[in-house]
Design a protein around this ligand. Structure first.
Ligand SMILES: Cc1cc2nc3c(=O)[nH]c(=O)nc-3n(C[C@H](O)[C@H](O)[C@H](O)COP(=O)(O)OP(=O)(O)OC[C@H]3O[C@@H](n4cnc5c(N)ncnc54)[C@H](O)[C@@H]3O)c2cc1C
Length: 378
């Protein structure tokens, strides 16, 4: 016999998307229960860089959502005692064509709500000592990016929501069936006013037929953590270089990008084949989180390719001094990706039920802003 309970809102999934919806619903005064299949969340939300990265979004909906999310992260980190570094980001250029793309970004977007400026090499060396100065032409600094240590943040947010707002947590409980207004696990049934399903890469359990229709796939990303062997320098801003220009939508309209892209492919087309761009973030302990690659399929093999890791590391040495670094951990993460390129998938399979998914590689950046919109529209 299952026990019976009531709440205003039930949320399936305690990754960042589910937690952001829980936060927004609690702030509105709803009673909220979160169901998480695992004893603690182990999906994409704890496997990422922890970067809140507005500079990658296109001006308009994406950038606006990212900036609102950023503000929520600042508030939450302060109240919940979550480490957050407002360290900005630095896009580095080592050739004239890379520098040209950064200049074009400034021309296109300098007045569109980004807080960006170009820096000469001397300024960069003062700001980011670990950056490789050899051949450096310049860079673009953006003030809005922040870093959290997602393994800490994703554990702490539910605890804090429970302490501050009375969030009801059901960890280790899989939702096997939603028959609105009932949401059931093995031992409980909840009667609720609304269900929000934030199940990440699990497309199979709840409303699987809807996921097929949304042209959604899964992206596998390889990552590593590295430690400085002696002196730990402050990285300064999170770092990236040319490969990242072709990764984020905000660069897509830079006129010189296709030419740069073609040149890079001629030099080594495997970076594109494995979807590699290289970002470096630093956590509170001074360790570096480094990645990543992007491979797309509905089922991925569970192993990591050393060839891909070597490409990532090789590219990293182009812009970071790596002599003092030792890799201490490797892993991969998988996130759902909409092949249409849309920012998110929101579907209402029946009255009272909303599926929120498909935030791709920007869930840490966009979730709070998106959740604010979803909950406002409940
Ligand atoms: C390697 C990597 C690096 C990334 N870097 C960044 C970054 O720096 N910045 C950024 O903005 N984004 C980044 N992303 C993207 C971001 O991590 C994702 O967009 C985000 O974590 C997705 O969150 P989610 O809650 O949808 O999924 P998840 O974190 O996977 O959470 C879904 C949860 O739902 C639970 N669940 C599923 N079905 C059920 C069920 N039926 N019952 C109960 N529980 C269920 C699962 O157990 C899981 O815990 C990165 C992603 C990866 C993989």
């Amino acid at each position: 016999m299952k026990t019976k309970h009531n709440a205003d809102v039930a949320i399936v999934g305690a990754g960042i998307v589910g937690l952001a919806h829980a936060y927004m619903a609690l702030r509105k005064g709803y009673s909220v229960v979160v169901f998480e299949r695992d004893e603690f969340a182990v999906g994409a939300s704890v496997r990422n860089f922890g970067l809140i990265w507005p500079v990658g979004q296109l001006p308009g909906v994406g950038l606006d959502r990212a900036m609102r999310s950023r503000q929520h992260w600042l508030n939450i980190s302060q109240q919940a005692g979550i480490w957050l570094n407002q360290n900005g980001s630095l896009h580095l250029a080592y050739t004239d064509d890379e520098m040209a793309v950064l200049e074009e970004f400034m021309d296109l977007h300098g007045a569109s709500g980004f807080a960006v400026r170009l820096l000469a090499p001397e300024k960069i060396s003062a700001m980011a000592q670990a950056v490789n100065q050899v051949g450096l032409k310049g860079g673009m600094y953006s003030d809005t990016e922040c870093t959290v240590y997602s393994r800490q943040a994703i554990r702490r947010i539910p605890e804090w929501l429970s302490e501050k707002y009375g969030l009801i947590l059901r960890f280790g409980k899989q939702v096997k069936d939603v028959a609105f207004p009932q949401v059931c696990t093995d031992d409980e049934c909840w009667k609720v006013g609304h269900v929000i399903i934030c199940s990440g890469t699990d497309f199979q359990t709840l409303y699987p037929q809807l996921f097929d229709k949304q042209h959604i796939t899964k992206c596998k990303l390889q990552m590593m953590r590295a430690q400085f062997m002696s002196h730990i320098p402050a990285l300064g801003p999170s770092l990236c270089s040319e490969l990242t220009f072709r990764h984020y939508a905000s660069f897509s309209k830079c006129p010189s990008l296709p030419e740069l892209d073609a040149r890079f492919d001629l030099e080594n087309s495997d970076f594109k084949k494995y979807g590699i761009h290289v970002l470096v973030a630093q956590n509170a302990a001074g360790e570096l989180i480094i990645g990543d690659s992007h491979e797309y399929a509905l089922t991925h093999d569970p192993f990591e390719s050393e060839y891909i890791n070597a490409l990532i590391w090789g590219y990293l040495t182009r812009f970071l001094e790596t002599n003092n670094l030792r890799i201490t951990e490797r892993w991969h993460g998988i996130y759902p990706k909409l092949v249409t390129g849309a920012l998110e998938m929101i579907v209402k399979p029946e009255n009272g039920v909303t599926i929120v998914n498909g935030l791709g590689g920007a869930g840490m950046t966009l979730s709070f802003g998106l959740a604010e919109e979803v909950i406002d529209n409940l």
